[in-house]
Design a binder for this molecule. Structure first.
Ligand code: SF4
Length: 251
């Protein structure tokens, strides 16, 4: 679920998410505040590339918007931290999670994250109450990681993998690893084997394979052909693996 930006509200949707059902999005940061500047990002180029955590939307505003939403709408199936950037960059994420859990205990919480700040023990602690975490990780090799994700200074795939594994050791919710395939970069047999080796170490509850759905930041990024995605799905066959492609790409 991606937000296209443009207003000051932190809630967006709800949308019928392919993965989550009826999902109300919560975006705690100014549009395109991210630790990465992915070539496939459907929200466009990152305008604030950073690893510094800050408060974008005050917790009280999130509470006000949620109260207004629940007063006038049927409850969504899930509340999802997502949007046009990296949710864990919000310094009040943990506080917002705690408040929502107390006020709306019947609602599931989901976090879409690019995994880059999971090396921070504080971030890992804050997100433990979330019911579903969908961390993305697309390349083990530093050169491919850098080509796809164009990270802020100091972010390296080895640290991201270590953070993910630390989280998995203590996290009791559902962890679904998302791998975004960029044809020509991370779909080589070698890189896919590295990703599978890492997934074996991590032991996620499932793997979600993704490919370009709408226009990416860089025009040269193309969707993966349906048959190729199917082959990669088979390669990850030992996991509970699903694929997401809206319209089949031609071979
Ligand atoms: S991590 Fe997500 S929001 Fe950030 S640039 Fe990549 S795809 Fe876009």
């Amino acid at each position: 679920m991606a937000r296209t930006g443009g207003n000051n509200n932190c809630l967006f949707g709800p949308v019928h998410s392919r993965r989550l059902g009826l999902s109300l999005g919560i975006d705690l940061l100014p549009f395109k505040t991210c630790t990465l500047d992915c070539v496939f990002c459907e929200c466009g180029q990152t305008t604030r590339l950073t690893t510094e955590r800050r408060v974008g939307v005050p917790t009280a505003q999130v509470q006000r918007e949620l109260a207004a939403y629940f007063a006038h709408n049927p409850p969504p199936e899930v509340l999802t931290f997502s949007g046009g950037g990296e949710p864990t960059l919000a310094a009040n994420l943990g506080e917002v999670i705690q408040e929502i859990k107390q006020t709306y205990p019947q609602n599931k919480l989901c976090l879409l994250t690019n995994s880059t700040l999971l090396s921070d023990p504080q971030v890992r602690r804050e997100i433990l109450p979330v019911d579903i975490i969908i961390p993305s990780f697309n390349a083990v090799s530093p050169e491919i990681f850098n080509q796809i994700n164009r990270p802020a200074q100091g972010i390296a795939p080895a640290d991201v993998m270590a953070g993910l594994r630390e989280l998995k050791k203590v996290y009791a919710g559902k962890l679904l690893l998302e791998i975004f395939i960029v044809p020509g970069l991370n779909d080589t047999p070698q890189e896919l084997a590295r990703l599978r080796d890492f997934a074996r170490l991590l032991g996620p509850d499932g793997i979600q394979l993704n490919s370009l759905d709408r226009k990416g930041t860089e025009n040269w990024v193309k969707p993966l052909a349906q048959a190729s995605l199917q082959k990669i799905k088979e390669f990850f066959g030992e996991f509970n693996t699903s694929c997401y492609l809206k319209s089949p790409a031609p071979e």
